[in-house]
Design a protein around this ligand. Sequence first.
Ligand SMILES: [Zn+2]
Length: 234
Amino acid sequence: MPIVKTLKKSLYFGTQHHCPICQSNVRLFKPMHTTQIRLNAICPVCSSLERHRMMWLFFKQKTDLFAAHAKKMLHIAPEECLVDKFAQCESIDYLTADLNNSAMVKMDLTDIQYPDNSFDIIYCSHVLEHIPDDAQAMRELSRVLKPEGWAVIQVPILREQTYEDLSITDPQQREQLFGQSDHVRVYGLDYKERLEKAGFCVSVMPYLQEFTSEERKRFGFDIEKDDIYFCTLH
Ligand SMILES: [Zn+2]
């Protein structure tokens, strides 16, 4: 383990909270300042957020991601706190991709450079809200997924109906209307139908509800709702 992480583990040691990703027992999660302040958001050791810790437990408990059989995984816009965990798993042939040069390959989600049926698993979280033609990105994701594969495709869902206006390009206006200066829309509950139009069968899983209030506090799940969009092709 890198020395900085070891130091942080002892600096923030406590019994109140636990980060399942870096396996640290910590006395606090740090607050996250966006348009609103979220207390208990950031792990002080690995910098994971609530949704990263939730997804990590979901992958471990509810999927075959870490099963012994070989699988090819595409991780888009990879979250730093999760990259090593996936990369270290011997049964995962792991590929990270991003629009800029921060991943193993550079990839435009609306024009993926891989053939049909390339991946067993795709994980793409909080990316589509940045892409003007999200329908094309969703179609591309369904195209490169293998027929028996699965994908988890997450976006922030903040209202009933999706609201977008691609003519709005001013960062301040975007922040005001879409929640962040580089978002091009704010998704609603119709997100499921948008995925279905791209060819996915979608199970909306209220995974957070499976945790008791004590467990939520312990893992730093101080968020109301963050359903998991589990997508297959049939
Ligand atoms: Zn952590």
